[in-house]
Write a protein that binds this ligand. Structure first.
Ligand SMILES: C[S@@+](CC[C@H](N)C(=O)[O-])C[C@H]1O[C@@H](n2cnc3c(N)ncnc32)[C@H](O)[C@@H]1O
Length: 263
């Protein structure tokens, strides 16, 4: 290992897992065939309604029902930043795509409030196309999928930057790709980008997507649901765009990303 190379930094994640989770394939296959039915929490329904309203306002259609609008517009483009933490990535993505509303979602009020969340008076620091909501992703994603299926939303890009890795083997089923929500998540975005500082997480995420891809192709699922390409690579961001990315970059940890593309 070369001194000064990213991998010379401190060990990224402590785990008792040596490689990809051994039951990954069967777990993903099982979840593809079942539906995640946990009731959606009221607070996330409310947060989701705020996000829908924000998107409508952004496109200049506040107060109109979708049925009134339907005849006149194509689905609204919406970017999701899932598990946005302090919202720094939401802000950066929103600056990069000023013409598209970007919704940052996190369940932690403390994190959202830290850097200009909707709950704080700093909210006006966010660009006009950025909106932060406090919500449970497992619920928010199911509501978002309904918008996509009914052609109200179209999600060109979905950021999933540095999700909690749950690195102990006993916690594996808390990882998004080993959870019944995974098939829903993979339908949210023409491009989904996962970033992580744990190589095994990236390997598992890409492999879980591949297993779903294999199953959807053999089941003749509509092409909109099938990943065309899945790439996994080590990367070194020139500028950190999230709080955790900065922390890992400063600690010279190796970072990984998986990009799943349907177009
Ligand atoms: C490791 S932090 C990364 C935050 C941010 N993406 C960054 O890179 O700085 C993971 C974030 O995901 C959020 N999170 C984890 N599970 C969640 C869930 N089920 N619903 C909503 N937020 C969740 C946590 O509250 C936390 O802010």
């Amino acid at each position: 290992m070369m001194p000064g190379s990213p991998s010379a930094g401190p060990r990224a994640v402590t785990t008792n897992q040596e490689g990809i989770y051994k039951d990954l394939k069967s777990a993903v296959r099982k979840y593809m065939r079942t539906q995640y039915l946990r009731p959606i929490a009221d607070h996330t329904r409310e947060a989701f309604a705020q996000a829908v309203e924000f998107v409508c306002k952004f496109y200049g259609n506040a107060g109109r029902t979708w049925n009134e609008d339907h005849a006149t517009h194509a689905p609204y483009d919406v970017i999701l930043d899932s598990g946005c933490g302090t919202g720094e990535s939401t802000l950066n993505i929103a600056k990069k795509f000023p013409g598209v509303p970007v919704i940052g979602i996190d369940k932690s009020a403390a994190r959202l409030t830290k850097a200009g969340g909707t709950a704080s008076s700093d909210a006006d620091q966010l660009p006009p196309n950025a909106f932060l909501v406090r919500a449970e992703l497992l619920d928010f994603w199911r509501l978002a999928l309904e918008e996509v299926r009914t052609y109200r939303w179209h999600i060109p890009y979905h950021a999933l930057y540095y999700p909690n890795p749950w690195p102990k083997q006993s916690e594996a089923t808390r990882r998004f790709h080993l959870h019944p929500i995974f098939p829903t998540l993979l339908q949210l975005g023409d491009t989904i980008e996962l970033r992580t500082n744990w190589e095994i997480y990236a390997q598992e995420f890409a492999e879980a997507a591949r297993v779903l891809q294999e199953m959807t192709v053999s089941d003749c699922t509509p092409s909109s649901r099938v990943a065309k390409t899945i790439t996994r690579e080590a990367f070194e961001p020139e500028h950190a765009i999230t709080a955790f990315e900065r922390k890992y970059k400063n600690a010279r940890q190796q970072l990984w990303r998986v990009v799943i593309s349907k177009t």
